[in-house]
Write a protein that binds this ligand. Structure first.
Ligand code: XMP
Ligand code: MG
Length: 180
């Protein structure tokens, strides 16, 4: 599987350092706010588990699964909730953990939804920000890395369901795409 990678963009060490840095900021910003930390499945699962271990204040964790992409590499623009949260966001300080913001449609939908559900505040922490492709004006509050406009895999991010378990973020060799 590692052989399919053309280039590593962010190593496991790079990601660990950035999670430590963001965890510190989140700890300071959310002291005494008992945030509800929401992981967007499946892509954010590795980032969620690393970032919450760097948050040194009381918080609760919940999980939501949404789909906008199916197996395609382009956003369909519509977001479907596959698995909703277990708890109510009403009056809660919600911190969304996401793997990557691309067009922003997924996050815009979730921010609007949590607003409708009367969350006290909604902030976004994303490992990667692919700003160039933004069509919705979503602004993440915590960003790991600003990523160029290339399709990336690893550390939660997949191509046709694979590569999520790589400990780093990288770019696939072009022949991997032509084989599919
Ligand atoms: P939007 O466009 O709604 O999309 O911001 C966010 C979701 O799109 C997926 N995505 C990617 N997945 N490599 C991936 O594996 C990428 O380069 C990439 N760009 C977008 C991702 O699931 C994210 O949650
Ligand atoms: Mg995702």
């Amino acid at each position: 599987m590692n052989n399919d990678i053309e280039k590593i963009l962010y190593s496991a060490d790079d990601i660990h350092e950035v999670a430590k840095k963001l965890g510190k900021q989140i700890t300071a910003d959310y002291a005494d706010k008992n945030p509800l930390v929401v992981c967007i499945l499946k892509g954010a699962i590795l980032f969620m588990s690393d970032i919450v271990r760097q948050i040194d204040t009381y918080c609760e964790l919940d999980f939501m699964s949404v789909s906008s992409y199916g197996n395609a590499q382009v956003s369909s623009g519509s977001v479907k909730i596959i698995k909703d949260l277990d708890v109510s966001v009403e009056d809660r300080n919600v911190l969304i953990i996401e793997d990557i913001i691309d067009t922003g449609q997924t996050l815009q939908t979730l921010v609007d939804l949590f607003g409708h559900r009367k969350a006290k505040s909604v902030k976004i922490c994303t490992l990667l920000d692919k700003k160039e492709r933004r069509v919705k004006a979503v602004k993440p509050d915590y960003i790991g890395f600003k990523v160029p406009n290339e399709f990336v895999v690893g550390y939660g991010l997949d191509y046709l369901g694979h590569y999520r378990n790589l400990p780093y973020v990288g770019i696939l060799k072009p022949e991997i795409y032509s084989e599919n």
